[in-house]
Design a protein. Structure first.
Length: 116
């Protein structure tokens, strides 16, 4: 799906009226994002449990996004605030084709526009 102007359709969880608080919310997000070119998630859109890698929730979210081939940018200005493992994850995803952790919305939108 692209807009009438030919630019990709990128929506945020906020635009879709969603917040991820539990694993079941991942299905709702995928359903609401159906037909979009890309998805933008802000750190505040996720419950703290998603950012605690020990829970496995972020891994489940990322795997679902990859399975659905939905380019997604997660905006986390300071990955180190969530621990060393989260910082490593952000580095590992710096070149990921479907899911990236980026520091701000401008960088996220630029990557998503180019990713389509």
């Amino acid at each position: 799906m692209t807009s009438d102007a030919g630019s990709p359709v990128i929506r945020s969880a906020r635009d879709l009226g969603l917040q991820l608080r539990a694993a079941g919310d991942i299905r709702d997000l995928i359903g609401a994002a159906y037909g979009l070119d890309a998805l933008l998630l802000h750190e505040a859109d996720l419950a703290p449990a998603f950012l605690d890698l020990r829970t496995g929730l972020l891994g489940e979210l990322f795997q679902t996004l990859v399975n659905h081939r939905l380019p997604t940018a997660l905006i986390v200005p300071v990955p180190a605030a969530h621990g060393e493992r989260f910082t490593e994850l952000a580095r590992e995803h710096a070149r990921h084709p479907h899911v990236r952790i980026l520091p701000d919305e401008a960088a996220a939108r630029a990557w998503l526009a180019a990713a389509r």
